[in-house]
Structure formats: structure tokens, C-alpha cells
Design a protein around this ligand. Structure first.
Ligand code: NDP
Ligand code: DXP
Ligand code: MN
Length: 394
């Protein structure tokens, strides 16, 4: 009988965090929660603490930590705040595996700290690999930890590679739903609202990744994520539009064989596989009913309507600090769009402006990533503010 796996869940109040805890609740004999972290959703974190009884939790602000202590009274675990709190929750000595499910570059430092203290990682936070891929994969090798993808496409590729040699791989093919604007004309995309963009056709996800799916930056970030996870160059990573989100991604081999992983669009499947690899958990999900499907279609992406995908390939080719700047500018632009400061099509313009002003530096240390992230945010903000003052843009 396998021993209980002890988990630290970073971003437990988010979409991935909640699905992870659903799995933990369904298999209490297999998993135990040691630490949880949240941003601002104290009410949800309080419920999770009462239910899963972690030893330590962290939230963003000291004020939030104080409020949580008051709400929980005698039931309170150790409650920390800030980046130090996140890092303590990622590195707790009792943890076997960290589920990295914070959104954005805020996930990088705690995830890297977990790797450096020898924890296995179930990685949802794609921004960790986007911003610091070379440093993260070096650290994974140095510390002998295992990095399991949670992102559905990367889990599909991971599963399609099992039992095969990387030397035999010709291409990785990432599928993309095309998001809510897959069939929208470019001119009509100019006036879409945050509510339109948040309405993903197939997946229920957090706000930032939902907007990324609408611009297809999500797929761009996933190309970069795949480059580092599987050590395959960008030229051998293709993107196909597959609106049904049933084929989660594919591997093409040198002999012409193509191996894919299929399933209903539910993140519990890839999360469970990352948590329990190599065994599979008997999840209570509806089966994939292949006979009810009339169409599984595949198409080339349109880079004119979805320039964010092209920008991600460009940043990957630029190398060094460029992907960190791409990601930072995207985070600022997505926030500005959600706050109705800029239009949907401006998201790509903001990112392009940040990349154009960048002097790329090679990555040798995580501090360079953090500096590039800060620079990208400032540059994106400057560009957005200049637009507000009536500056002309491309
Ligand atoms: N949702 C999905 O289906 C998929 C998600 N992913 C990736 O997984 C990650 C999480 O996505 P998702 O669950 O959708 O996101 P959500 O927005 O639903 O959740 C994000 C989590 O991160 C916390 N958080 C946000 N900002 C900070 C911060 N600055 N410091 C500490 N914690 C913070 C939030 O706390 P709070 O809510 O308490 O403020 C919440 O717990 C992303 O990187 C995404 O790209 C990948 C594939 C699929
Ligand atoms: C569920 C998941 O992994 C998301 O990253 C999903 O892929 C988003 O859908 P898009 O294919 O529209 O980006
Ligand atoms: Mn994905």
C-alpha cells in the first residue's frame, strides 16, 4: 500500500486549486494537505482550512493574515503573509509535492524555492517556465525532483511520450480551442468586452487565463512551456486549432505515427495524473462518448487575428529575458483590458511595444528574471498611460 502523499497547494482558492482539493477530498487515504496559500479570497481559504486542516497557510497581505487569524480563532494554523509566507508554504519540511497553481509570474519564486528544497512539482503555473524556463529545468535536474505538467496540453504530450524516446519525436502538436473569438472578424474584435472575452467555449478557468485564451496568448505561453518541459525547439512545436477541446495534444513520431491523449475538457484528469503518476485515480467523471461526436476538426491558427501567438514565438526566438518581458507586459495588458482601460486588440500592441524596447540579456540567475519582469511591467504601463494621453500607436 502506497504511503500518503503530503501536499502543499499554492493558489488553493483558484480554479486549479479548488479542483485539486476536490481530488484530495475524494481520495483522503492517498493525500494529505500540509500547506495552502491564497491571494485575497479569505472566505474561501477559511472554508478550506476548516475542512482540510493544513499546518501552515499564507495570504498576500499582513492585514489579510490578521483577519484570517481573527476569523479562525483557536482553529487557526500557522498563518503567514507575503512572498516569505508563500515560500515557507512551498518549502515546508513535511511536503512531498507542491501543486503550483498561483496565476502569473507571482508563482515563480515559491515554485523555484520548492524545487530547491527537493519537492516534486505538479505544475499548473505555466508562467514559471515561460519566464525562467532554462533556470527552472536546470534546477529540476540539479535537485533531482520530478516536474509533472498539469496544463492539459502538456499533460497530453507527457502521456503521449511515455514509453518513447525523445530522439524519435518529430513534432509536438499543441491543440488550441481558438477561444470565444475563433470565428470573429478582426474588425469586430476591436469592440469586444471583458465579459465576451471571459466566456470561454469549453473550459471554466480563472480570469487571466481566460483572457489569454481569447487572445491566444495562452497558446503562445504554452509553446514556451512545451519548449522547456520537453526540451524541443520552437521550430518543432506546432499549434492546431481544435475547437472541440477533446484531443488535448499530440506527438508526431519520425515513423509517421501520431499519438494523442483524448478526454472530456475537465482539469481533474490532468491534475489527478500529476498527483498520482504513474497510477491513475478512478475519477467520478462522465466518460468520453466518441460516438456522439460528429466532428473533430483541426486547422491552422490565424496569426493576423491572433498576433499574441506570433509574439510568443518571437520572444522565444529572442531568448534570455524576452519571454519574461512578454509575460509581464501581457499580465499588465490583460489587467488593463479587464479594467476597461484598453481595448481587446490593444493587448497585443502593449506587448509588442514592450518587446520592441527591450535589450535582451542572457539568463544566469532568477534575479535577472525578476528585474526583467519589473521592467516589462513598467514599460507596458508607460505605453498604456501614453495612449491615455492621446499618443498615436501602431
Ligand atoms: N484554470 C485552468 O483550467 C488552468 C489553469 N492553468 C494555469 O494555472 C494557474 C492558475 O490558474 P487558475 O486556477 O485558472 O487561476 P485563478 O485566478 O482561478 O486562481 C489563481 C490563484 O492564485 C492566487 N493568487 C493570485 N495572485 C496571487 C499573488 N500575487 N500571490 C499569491 N497568490 C495569488 C489566487 O488567490 P485569490 O483568488 O485568493 O486572490 C488564486 O488562489 C495559471 O498559471 C494558469 O495559466 C493551466 C491550465 C488550465
Ligand atoms: C485547460 C487548459 O489547459 C487551458 O490552457 C486551455 O487549453 C485553454 O484553452 P485554449 O486552447 O482556448 O487556450
Ligand atoms: Mn492549457
Amino acid at each position: 500500500m502506497a504511503s500518503v502523499k503530503k501536499l502543499g497547494i499554492l493558489g488553493s482558492t483558484g480554479s486549479i486549486g479548488v479542483s485539486t482539493l476536490d481530488i484530495v477530498a475524494a481520495f483522503p487515504e492517498q493525500f494529505e494537505v500540509v500547506t495552502l496559500t491564497a491571494g485575497n479570497n479569505l472566505a474561501r481559504l477559511e472554508e478550506q482550512i476548516r475542512r482540510f486542516r493544513p499546518k501552515m497557510v499564507a495570504v498576500i497581505s499582513a492585514d489579510g493574515a490578521q483577519q484570517l487569524k481573527e476569523r479562525l480563532g483557536a482553529d487557526a494554523p500557522q498563518i503567514l503573509s507575503g512572498v516569505e509566507g508563500l515560500v515557507a508554504c512551498a518549502c515546508h519540511e513535511d511536503i512531498d509535492m507542491v501543486v503550483s497553481a498561483i496565476v502569473g509570474a507571482a508563482g515563480l519564486v515559491p515554485t523555484m524555492s520548492a524545487i530547491e528544497t527537493g519537492k516534486d512539482i505538479a505544475l499548473a503555473n505555466k508562467e514559471t517556465l515561460v519566464t525562467a524556463g532554462s533556470l527552472v529545468t536546470e534546477a529540476v535536474a540539479r535537485h533531482g525532483v520530478r516536474l509533472f505538467p498539469v496544463d492539459s496540453e502538456h499533460s497530453a504530450i507527457f502521456q503521449s511520450l511515455e514509453g518513447h524516446r525523445m530522439d524519435d519525436v518529430r513534432r509536438l502538436i499543441l491543440t488550441a480551442s481558438g477561444g470565444p473569438f475563433r470565428n470573429r472578424m478582426l474588425a469586430d474584435m476591436a469592440s469586444v468586452t471583458p465579459a465576451d472575452a471571459l466566456a470561454h467555449p469549453n473550459w471554466s478557468m480563472g480570469r487571466k487565463i481566460s483572457i489569454d485564451s481569447a487572445t491566444m496568448m495562452n497558446k503562445g505561453l504554452e509553446v514556451i512551456e512545451a519548449r522547456w518541459l520537453f526540451d524541443v525547439p520552437a521550430e518543432r512545436i506546432a499549434v492546431h486549432i481544435h475547437p472541440q477541446s477533446i484531443v488535448h495534444s499530440l506527438v508526431e513520431y519520425v515513423d509517421g505515427a501520431v499519438i494523442a491523449q483524448l478526454g472530456i475538457p475537465d482539469m481533474k484528469t490532468p491534475i489527478a495524473y500529476a498527483l498520482s503518476h504513474p497510477t491513475r485515480l478512478p475519477l467520478d467523471l462522465p466518460p468520453l462518448d466518441l460516438c456522439s461526436m460528429r466532428n473533430l476538426t483541426f486547422d491552422e491558427p490565424d496569426l493576423e487575428r491572433f498576433p499574441c501567438l506570433a509574439l510568443a514565438y518571437e520572444a522565444l526566438a529572442m531568448g534570455g529575458t524576452a519571454p519574461a518581458v512578454l509575460n509581464a507586459a501581457n499580465e499588465i495588458a490583460v489587467d488593463a483590458f479587464l479594467n476597461e482601460e484598453i481595448a481587446f486588440l490593444d493587448i497585443a500592441r502593449v506587448i509588442r511595444a514592450a518587446l520592441q524596447g527591450l535589450e535582451v540579456k542572457p539568463l544566469e540567475h532568477i534575479d535577472q528574471v525578476l528585474r526583467a519582469d519589473l521592467w516589462g511591467r513598467k514599460e507596458a504601463r508607460r505605453f498604456i498611460d501614453a495612449r491615455g494621453e492621446g499618443a498615436t500607436v501602431c
